[in-house]
Design a protein around this ligand. Structure first.
Ligand code: F6R
Ligand code: MG
Ligand code: MG
Length: 364
């Protein structure tokens, strides 16, 4: 019987500002998830946070996009919003863009990454969660994990991976999707996924169609039509055997890769891998953070987590991130620290520009 792993997340209130999560929200979410487990709605769960985002990691037997599971997550977010309101936490209910649940949380604000799998003899899984950045932040690491032989030795050495993978890419502005096979179509794939604001890797599969990774792809600004915070994406990756090893999946994060997000969702900054404890972006509301939790699935039970970036081997990338952060910060409101104009369209800047509209005149 297949098992579904669902990661559903939302920012329902920050502590302090947008920097972290108050323990009372985690407590409320755990209480409700425990209830759902007792009622056998889910098999198991783990609740955590990354910055100001509440992360619900669940296993169940209902398949992806299931109304009951999405509804339950929505109810947890609403209940936690109540707690956030009582404590007057910052931006209570920020990501709940709809007034009431309508069948599926997709397009309503929360981020979702789900996969239905037949659990292998042993099923090691890594779940990445990021704050102060957007969905395109997974493009580079996912490409490296599943298509770059300089990152993933298994692509060369392992007979189970030597054939490569398939990438499902979504055009979040054009609402279309396309599949690319690697290594054959690697250059075609890169034409698109290098543009991380528009083309986003939704999933990766083996050539037999076995799912290896899935990400959350929604862009909140495109849903709401105005800036309501960055999407702070999540990504689930299966590891070992036919998939990259745990160490091959973690390796891309040793590079201080520059992503969009950071202060007011309007800047480029380096992505810092940290422990859950240290995923509290505060310097200029950043720099953007990524956490990685490792689990072994056992008949749907989430054995774990191991906090994968809570390890001295990521000290050097963290140091490099701080150096890059200093360097970028010195640019202040200038590109390439600040996002280019067409991306600023999805921030609060257009309101400021609107005020000056009539002051512009033709060049003499
Ligand atoms: C970025 C983020 C923060 C806020 C900033 C201003 O994703 O959440 O950098 O954009 O703190 O927040 P408001 O507009 O809520 O005062
Ligand atoms: Mg927030
Ligand atoms: Mg956030």
């Amino acid at each position: 019987q297949p098992i579904t792993l669902s990661v559903i997340k939302a920012d329902v209130g920050g502590y302090v500002g947008h920097s972290a999560m108050h323990p009372a929200l985690l407590e409320e979410a755990r209480r409700l998830m425990e209830e759902a487990k007792h009622k056998n709605q889910i098999v198991d769960y783990h609740v955590t946070s990354c910055g100001d985002d509440l992360q619900l990691i669940m296993t169940h037997r209902h398949g992806v996009d299931h109304t009951d599971i999405h509804h339950m997550a929505w109810d947890v977010f609403t209940a936690c919003t109540q707690v956030a309101r009582k404590l007057k936490l910052y931006g209570a209910g920020q990501d709940l863009l709809a007034d009431a649940f309508s069948g599926n949380v997709r397009g309503m604000g929360p981020g979702v990454a789900e996969m239905e799998i037949n659990e292998r003899q042993s099923e090691p899984i890594l779940i990445f969660m990021a704050d102060k950045t957007s969905a395109g932040a997974w493009n580079l690491p996912l490409f490296k994990m599943f298509a770059d032989p300089f990152n993933t030795a298994g692509l060369i050495i392992s007979p189970t991976m030597h054939a490569g993978f398939q990438f499902e890419v979504h055009d979040v502005k054009g609402h279309k999707r396309i599949f690319f096979r690697t290594p054959e179509e690697m250059y075609d794939l890169l034409v698109f996924i290098g543009a991380t604001g528009r083309y986003i890797i939704k999933a990766v599969f083996t050539h037999d169609g076995e799912i290896g990774a899935v990400s959350s792809t929604q862009r909140l600004a495109l849903i709401a039509g105005k800036y309501v915070g960055k999407d702070d994406p999540v990504c689930v990756v299966r590891t070992q055997g036919a998939f990259p090893a745990v160490g091959e999946v973690l390796e891309p994060f040793t590079m201080p890769h520059i992503v969009e997000g950071w202060m007011r969702g309007s800047h480029y900054g380096p992505l810092m891998p940290t422990s859950v404890q240290q995923a509290t972006p505060s310097r200029f509301d950043g720099p953007p953070r990524v956490i990685g939790l490792g689990f072994q699935l056992a008949d749907g039970q989430l054995i774990g987590p191991r906090d994968m970036f809570d390890d001295p081997c990521y000290d050097e990338v963290r140091r490099q991130v701080n150096i890059l952060a200093d360097q970028l910060r010195r640019h202040g409101p200038f590109e390439p620290h600040r996002l280019p104009m067409d991306e600023m369209e999805y921030t609060t800047l257009p309101q400021v520009m609107e005020k000056l509209r009539d002051r512009w005149s033709e060049l003499p």
